[in-house]
Design a protein around this ligand. Structure first.
Ligand SMILES: NC(=O)c1ccc[n+]([C@@H]2O[C@H](COP(=O)([O-])OP(=O)(O)OC[C@H]3O[C@@H](n4cnc5c(N)ncnc54)[C@H](OP(=O)(O)O)[C@@H]3O)[C@@H](O)[C@H]2O)c1
Length: 443
């Protein structure tokens, strides 16, 4: 790494000039003077890498060296700081970030997939070489939650973190609630507006939220990052019946990522959740994200804002660059990586809470009584049993001909008891297909 001194320009190499990368370069070029006044030194983009040289990205590349290979850029003597905005958990993103860190060169990335999969290993490389690793933009785009956890709440003991971390899902659930339209219709609109990818499965099946949750859980609980230990359920099965019943009973449905300590370990889960309408998170709508942190002294802190998009995400990338330019030093995962505890998963079957259960009951005499009797045998206390013509789930949404939609709301019980009871009900032959189960979160 070149000797920069405190006031020499900081030479930045940016790999990836897409939505976030090109926006970052534009901001650095446009706001150069303002940033130089703040920092007492200039931030200069000296090199970039992307696939297509000819694409117009709205940036001035006259004095910028072009690299076809992001790894060659990461190792180049012409930069002091490497920014990775390519994406993907392996491939050129991993290779280039690793190469820069091994040389002791600071790295900033917005790549949640990379961090979720290789965050601990990369933190070790960074600590060994003395490099800084910033990833503010990897969780909830423009919301400064990583800095809040690493620094603002650095001394706090965190009991639970939960939040809306995927704008696509929140947009779909919000429109389903406000306009009474189906999941499929909302998804189509989200794609047309550019809020959802052509293949939306990573978002709507909850995996994007899981990557972010795994990173947050490590920062909150000082444990290793464990994305494969997360219970992940998406929103593809949510119907208008679910949205309507939730509203009637004073709830809203949100896709939450939740991580909490329990005596048996750490529970990490991503699933559609019934949240009380009066809770702050219930009011976070559209493409916005929000993350709630429950701590010992501050009680609850809610951070809400744009979780994606070029400018908000580039702003978080820039905040990491500013920290590095100022010489701020923080362990990437909040504590030195050798202090991270191995991840201990709390068994989901021990999870306790209320449940919303939607079943397709065969339209035959005795079906409802048999279901209620199985619930009673298991000691599950029911808050409501709902069967109304306007809540009938359509065949398109998974409801079968000759079935009636039955919705049960339970008082607090255990996941294992609910699962076993649903299996017994299915064994009785009075229901068809898979039930939709939505956990109720006490907030
Ligand atoms: N977009 C958001 O709102 C958002 C929010 C939070 C975090 N992030 C994260 O930010 C990162 C970038 O996202 P994005 O939306 O900006 O992605 P994007 O628009 O798809 O841009 C990716 C860039 O990487 C370049 N690239 C791909 N493969 C390459 C290779 N082998 N060598 C060199 N360059 C390569 C592409 O080059 P070409 O342009 O030539 O194809 C493109 O410029 C991802 O990790 C993403 O998860 C994005």
């Amino acid at each position: 790494m070149a000797e920069t001194g405190d006031t020499a320009p900081l030479r930045i190499g940016v790999a990836g000039l897409g939505n976030v990368g090109a926006t970052l370069v534009r901001i650095l070029q446009k706001d150069g003077d303002i940033l130089a006044r703040k920092l007492g030194r200039r931030l200069v983009v000296t090199a970039v890498a992307a696939r297509s040289r000819s694409r117009d990205r709205g940036i001035d590349t006259a004095d910028i060296t072009w690299f076809d290979d992001p790894v060659a850029l990461a190792k180049s003597d012409g930069i002091d700081l490497f920014v990775e905005l390519i994406g993907g958990e392996d491939g050129p993103a991993l290779a280039s970030v690793k190469a820069a860190l091994e040389l002791g060169r600071p790295v900033v990335t917005a790549n949640k997939a990379l961090l979720a999969r290789h965050g601990v290993a990369l933190a070790r490389v960074a600590e060994e070489s003395g490099a800084q690793l910033g990833f503010e933009a990897a969780v909830a785009g423009g919301i400064p939650v990583i800095k809040t956890l690493r620094e603002g709440l650095g001394s706090a003991r965190i009991a639970r973190v939960y939040g809306i971390m995927n704008g696509t899902c929140n947009y779909i659930l919000t429109r389903m609630g406000n306009e009474g339209i189906s999941f499929a219709e909302c998804l189509k609109d989200a794609q047309a507006l550019g809020y959802a990818e052509a293949d939306p499965s990573f978002d709507v099946e909850g995996y994007d939220t899981a990557h972010k949750l795994a990173i947050l859980a490590s920062l909150c609980f000082g444990c290793e990052i464990a994305p494969d230990e997360i219970l992940v359920e998406g929103i593809t099965g949510i119907t208008q019946a679910d949205i309507k019943v939730a509203a009637d009973l004073g709830y809203r449905i949100k896709l939450l990522g939740i991580a909490q300590r329990s005596p048996e370990g750490i529970e990490q889960r991503v699933h559609p959740t019934l949240v009380p309408r009066s809770s702050a998170i219930a009011g976070v709508d559209g493409v916005l994200n929000a993350i709630a942190l429950e701590t010992d002294h501050v009680h609850e802190l809610l951070l809400a804002g744009p979780g994606a998009g070029g400018p908000p995400t580039a702003s978080s990338v820039l905040s990491d660059i500013l920290d590095i330019a100022r010489g701020t030093r923080v362990p990437p995962l909040g504590v030195p990586s050798h202090e991270l505890t191995p991840y201990r998963r709390a068994p989901m079957r021990a999870h306790e809470g209320g449940y919303y259960i939607r079943l397709n009951a065969k339209d035959v005499p005795g079906a409802l009584a048999a279901i209620a009797s199985r619930m009673g045998e298991s000691g599950i206390s029911l808050e409501s049993v709902i069967q109304r013509p306007d809540l009938q789930v359509t065949a398109e949404e998974g409801g079968g001909a000759g079935t009636r939609t039955v919705i049960l709301l339970t008082h607090s019980t255990f996941e294992a008891v609910v699962r076993e009871t649903i299996a017994r009900i299915a064994g009785d032959g009075f229901t068809v297909g898979e039930p939709q189960l939505i956990r109720i979160e006490a907030l």
